[in-house]
Design a protein around this ligand. Structure first.
Ligand SMILES: CC(C)(COP(=O)(O)OP(=O)(O)OC[C@H]1O[C@@H](n2cnc3c(N)ncnc32)[C@H](O)[C@@H]1OP(=O)(O)O)[C@@H](O)C(=O)NCCC(=O)NCCS
Length: 146
């Protein structure tokens, strides 16, 4: 089976939180996920491969701008194209909701994510000094959605 992507809403917070916890050191609780899913403009996507759920993405769309709130692939399912497949699906979802541009923040020490976003056509539009708890800066990246 090739990767399948499905949108999910309220009720999916436990799965989303479990996926997020395996992808990030600072994870979001089920309650935080539920709050996000109930927020205006927020959509969540899950990518499944032949071994089950493998990746998650959340976006928020406000008027013609979208923000990628999170994107993560389970550690043992990386380097198979899931990250870029899910990013493209999140972009399509954002476009469908009316967004013309997608913004995201990424730590300046996160090399895999930097590689992914550069390959996907994102350019740096700003920097927030010492934004993350580990003291790293956030690079603000953006891409126009055709
Ligand atoms: C960043 C992340 C989502 C990439 O997911 P992935 O499924 O491994 O990425 P893909 O297989 O789709 O790779 C797509 C492109 O990203 C880049 N890339 C992926 N992993 C990389 C790495 N370790 N080093 C450098 N570039 C990398 C490459 O350009 C790659 O294209 P290529 O395979 O043709 O070289 C994944 O490493 C992850 O979940 N990391 C932890 C969470 C995180 O940091 N999320 C981003 C927060 S902003």
């Amino acid at each position: 089976m090739s990767a399948q992507i499905t949108g999910c809403g309220p009720g999916a917070e436990a799965l989303l939180a479990a996926l997020h916890a395996q992808c990030f050191a600072e994870c979001w609780s089920e309650a935080e996920m539920a709050g996000l899913l109930a927020s205006p403009g927020v959509s969540a996507l899950i990518l499944e491969d032949e071994d089950g759920p493998a990746a998650l993405a959340l976006i928020r769309v406000v008027l013609d701008e979208a923000e990628l709130l999170t994107l993560g692939v389970l550690p043992d399912r990386r380097a198979r194209g899931h990250g870029i497949t899910l990013l493209r699906a999140a972009e399509a979802e954002a476009r469908q909701a009316g967004a013309a541009r997608l913004f995201l923040e990424v730590s300046h020490v996160n090399a895999p994510a930097a590689g992914l976003y550069a390959r996907a056509g994102y350019r740096q539009v700003g920097r927030r000094k010492r934004y993350y708890r580990d003291g790293s800066d956030a690079r603000v990246l953006a891409r126009n959605l055709e």
